[in-house]
Design a protein around this ligand. Structure first.
Ligand SMILES: [Zn+2]
Length: 272
């Protein structure tokens, strides 16, 4: 019986220690070794089916070498070519704002932050604009959009990505296709509200453009990019993210002077 007291104390001490928050270094390690959550890829592969603006150069991959060399080893290499704006990609502010940041000059701190997924997929049609009400409904559930956050708009259009006509609203290409584009986007009123009232870094969407297909003046682009808020377009797999609680890392190809670039965008979802 005499030994019971020290053993009970030891058990209590171990239990208390387990409840303590682990040191920050192990929390960071858990992100990178995957033990404290899950990484999700929000990027479509680049291939012949990648969606490009109807007037833009589509993705091409040419084989330079694929096979055994005379030396007896295998060797593969390709050339690729594409417009900046197609597939999963980033818009740099200079895309619509003269004198603003080019893609290589957007700092890393402007590309990494907590994710806020606003899901309008239940009600979005091909001309839908995500509204201030939609964002305020999100805030009613999760609190104010995080400062330094990355706003991701889930319209549900991602499920159409394999079908060019369903995704863009037309199977035409060239300038005559542009008036026929139909897909959801962001109401310019929201862009104004975000700029005036919130401190987000970026807006991403699961459609080809931040402005809806029927936009002719691209106001959401112009309002956001004038404030160096960047855009991510054709973002994949938004259905895999929670509305709140994820962290987003978006790394564009560092094209010097570029107005946009192919993007590898991923998110980390911590275990709850
Ligand atoms: Zn773009």
């Amino acid at each position: 019986m005499k030994r019971l007291v020290p053993v009970a104390l030891l058990v209590a001490a171990v239990m208390a220690a387990c409840k303590q928050t682990p040191p920050a270094s192990s929390a960071v390690a858990g992100v990178f070794d995957g033990t404290s959550g899950q990484w999700v890829d929000l990027t479509y592969p680049f291939n012949e089916q990648s969606i490009y603006w109807p007037t833009a150069r589509r993705f091409e991959l040419d084989t330079v070498s694929y096979g055994m060399t005379e030396g007896g080893w295998f060797y593969a290499a390709f050339d690729f070519a594409a417009a900046e704006h197609g597939g999963t990609h980033m818009d740099a502010p200079i895309h619509f704002a003269e004198g603003h940041l080019t893609v290589d000059r957007v700092p890393l701190a402007g590309l990494i932050g907590p994710g806020a997924v606003v899901d309008v997929s239940e009600r979005a049609d091909a001309d839908y604009m995500v509204s201030v009400n939609d964002l305020q409904a999100w805030e009613g559930r999760h609190g104010e959009l995080p400062n330094g956050g990355i706003l991701l708009l889930r319209t549900g259009w991602g499920s159409r990505y394999g079908d060019r006509t369903a995704y863009l609203g037309t199977d035409l290409t060239g300038p005559e296709a542009v008036p026929q584009l139909h897909f959801p986007g962001l109401d310019p009123e929201v862009a104004r509200w975000l700029v005036a009232e919130r401190g987000i870094l970026a807006v991403g969407i699961d459609t080809p453009s931040i402005d809806r297909g029927q936009s002719t003046t691209f106001d959401s682009h112009r309002i956001l990019y004038a404030e160096n808020i960047v855009g991510f377009e054709n973002v994949a797999n938004l259905d895999l993210l929670p509305e709140a609680g994820s962290y987003v890392v978006a790394l564009p190809m560092k094209i010097q002077g570029g107005s946009g670039a192919p993007l590898r965008i991923v998110a980390f979802i911590p275990h709850s």
